[in-house]
Design a protein around this ligand. Sequence first.
Ligand code: NAP
Length: 320
Amino acid sequence: MLAAYVESPNFDDPLSALVVGERPDPVVPEGWSLVRIKAASLNRHDIWTLQGISQHPLTMPITLGCDGAGTLDDGSEVLLYPAMTTAGWCGDETLDNYSVFSELYNGTQADYVVVPDRNIIAKPASMSFATAASLGTAWLTAYRMLFTKSQLRPGMTMLIQGASGGVSTALIQMGRAAGMTVWVTGRSAEKRAHAEALGAHQTFPPGETLPRRVDAVFETVGEATWAHSLASLRRGGTMVLAGMTSGNDPAANIATIFIEQITIAGSVLGTLEEMRNLIDFVVTADITPTVGLSLPLEDAVAGYRDMWADKTNGKIVFTR
Ligand SMILES: NC(=O)c1ccc[n+]([C@@H]2O[C@H](COP(=O)([O-])OP(=O)(O)OC[C@H]3O[C@@H](n4cnc5c(N)ncnc54)[C@H](OP(=O)(O)O)[C@@H]3O)[C@@H](O)[C@H]2O)c1
């Protein structure tokens, strides 16, 4: 089968580690199912994998891709919940030593993927495969950040650091639909204009002082925006933290955190229940995740190249 995979990670030049080529068809273990992939989306996580960065030891070669949608043998249309728990785990999946596709098990950027049966969710008939493949990692993470972790209520003001990425665009679209005042930083006028077209009420260049301090900041950028995020929060506000794309070494500014009584809420992915709630929310609120680039899997290199060059505009999707 065709797959995008990595055989020899390269930290400094991750694109050189990407192979799009033939891999053996998968064997289906007991309690798992074979999904014929129709669409798989790209996440920053795939760049980390090409660099050899992973929560779990990687066995090479490994097929890339955390998210996907496709069909089962009987033709039913499905999408995938990305977190796989350890045997016997009950409760919040994100509190387990879970893995996502492309860590311990092969990923979704291929003709076929095998998945535990509990990770299979029926795709709403009205939803495209590209939308369904976008709802995994980035949108689920954004959903939990916004609705489970942020303590925001409709009418409050949120600041999203970063305008154009998968998590950022999901936060913009869902925040707007949920009745928040949505403020966004973006690194170019084009990215800020795109965020406004998606529903942001106001946008700002990175680091610009805001008209007033906000109720919650959504932080996935890390080092480059950390100081601005802390300075932008009102007393008693919440920083929801789910990533560090630009680096892991900010000056913590401990005094500001306790004097301003800031809650720092770490967040990863979401539970299976949150995934089901997310699907219902986007259907009910009539939200279509922004897909900036859709390519056949054969041309996956071009999608990876765009993400590595920070040229994202919502999700990047590979189709079959
Ligand atoms: N905790 C979790 O479970 C979880 C789940 C998903 C993702 N994440 C993390 O969240 C982050 C975003 O993931 P993604 O898939 O949305 O990635 P992505 O599509 O590549 O988006 C990257 C985002 O980072 C922003 N950014 C701002 N300043 C940056 C800088 N100096 N360097 C690099 N990027 C900068 C970009 O904003 P501009 O629009 O201004 O370019 C863009 O919005 C990653 O770190 C990822 O690992 C965590």
